[in-house]
Design a protein around this ligand. Sequence first.
Ligand code: ADP
Ligand code: MG
Length: 342
Amino acid sequence: MSEKRTEISDLGEFGLIDHLNEKVIIKNSSTLKGIGDDAAVIEAGDMVKVVTTDLLIEGVHFDLSYAPLPHLGFKAVAVNVSDVAAMNAVPKQITVSIALSNRFSVEAIDALYEGIHAACEHYGVDLIGGDTTASRSGLVISVTAIGQAKPEQISYRSGAKENDILCVTGDLGAALVGLQILEREKEVFLANPEMKPDLGKYTLVTARQLKPDARVDIIHELREMEVVPTSMMDISDGLASEIFHICKASGVGATIYEDKLPIDKQTFDTAVELNLDPITCVMNGGEDYELLFTIDQKDFAKLEKHPDIHFIGHISKAEEGKFLVTKSGTAVQIKAQGWKHF
Ligand code: ADP
Ligand code: MG
């Protein structure tokens, strides 16, 4: 009799995480939140600590033929800091672990760490440890970030309630469009190494892909305005996928409006040039590292004038579903595509 074999692709990334979580039993009352949010939450005296980790693999998450090492170091920190911010916590410490082959020189590692140090400076975090080991070929970077907040400041994915307002920071879709440009220019270069890529027209979108900035600024501003989002997460897998996460965790539905979705002009124009639908880039792009959050209507007036927070829709009852209302007024069901890793 052959043994049962289930393909990872049958479960998908999130299905696999749910599957692993089924066997997890939390034993310590200090573990306030384990698997299932942007970061775990741990009791620490009067405060809580949040902890999150991410793994970046050469050839899967980055391509050194166009990602400069300092940018990569910065990004490895930023994506973790983004998950700390997504809990409405302030990042404080990171650990950095690397696996590398003899393909990398000390100078190359110095370049990577130049970016890591720049990010530590930018986000006000301390590098407090890590691990260094050998790899057969590619570079692997794993960063863990620790943040801090008062218990009542933490925003989980699960707190959205009917009539809350859905908000996003910044603009969306740029990192995906930037990746397409970098991939296109790489192909052109491989076909003809004499051709020097001219990325001048695409600086915003390529920078968003290579060196994203986590929105810790927004966390500080929310504190100043005394607003605690009812739910929050960062947008790493595309807006549609993240709306699904918030709705699932909170047991709610959502309606968003196409004409409210923030997209930069360069992202829009470049998407059109690449024959991509700009709204699809916004909904299903990846690696924006902006924040998606919900607020109680009573807090709307406090945020209304903020230049970088956009009110894209509202939370409804679960049975009302998840819809995008197009510019022509048609309600289209939202499908969570996100990134498929398997
Ligand atoms: P994010 O995109 O915000 O980084 P992920 O989708 O990577 O979040 O992870 C979702 C949740 O699953 C997090 O709580 C994360 O810690 C947890 N998780 C992911 N992979 C594993 C794993 N292999 N074992 C245990 N928990 C995991
Ligand atoms: Mg996240």
